[in-house]
Design a protein around this ligand. Sequence first.
Ligand code: DC
Length: 211
Amino acid sequence: MARARVIAVDGPAASGKGTLARRLATHYRLSFLDTGKLYRAVAARLLGAGLDPNDAVVAAEIAASLEPDDMDRADLRSERVSQAASIVAAHPGVRSALLNYQRRYGRSPPGAVLDGRDIGTVVFPDAEAKIFVTASLEIRATRRVKQLREKGNKAIESRVLEEMAERDARDGSREVAPLKPADDALVIDTTDLGPDEVFHRAVGFIDSKGG
Ligand code: DC
C-alpha cells in the first residue's frame, strides 16, 4: 500500500490552526480532518436529545455510533455546542471511540492533515511533522468576535473571552489527552503573525523534515 503522510496541527480555539491545516492539506495534496467536529457532533447529538454532556456513558455510546450526517449539523459551531464538546471531550470513553476513526482517516493514502488538540501527542505520535499553533487569549477572543459578527451574530467580547478561557482550562487540565504541544512540535505563536507568515513557517519546518 502507498505510504500515507500525516501532519498534525494542534492548538486552542481560534489560534489559526484550522486555517493553517486546510492550507497545508491543499499545498501537500492531502486530505483534511477537523477533529473538533467529531467532538462537536457528539455534543450536538446529546444536546439535541435533551441529554447531559456530563453523562460519560451516554456520551461514549453516542461517540461509538456517530454517522457522517452528524458532522454536517448546522448547530455544530454554536457556543452551547462548543462548551458541551469540551465537556464530552474529557470522557475517556468518548476519546477512545473517536480514536480509530481518526487513525483510519489519517492512514488512508495519500494521508492527511488533522487539526485538533491531541493529534501530535496521542492520535499520531509518529506523525511526520507536528505543529502547535497558539496565540494570546485576548487576540483569539477578538478573532472569534470578528468571525461571529461577520456571520451576523451579536457577540460581546468579554463574554466570548470568558467562555474561551473556560474551554482552554477544561481542555488543558483534563486527565486524558490534555491540550499541550508534543515535545517535537514546532510551536508557532500567531498573536502577531498573519496567515501567510504562519503558513511559510510551517512549510519550512515540514520540508526540513524531508517529507
Ligand atoms: O477545535 P474545536 O474548537 O472545534 O474543538 C471543540 C472541542 O473539542 C474542544 O473544546 C476540545 C475538543 N477536542 C479535543 O478534545 N480533541 C481534539 N482533537 C479536537 C477537539
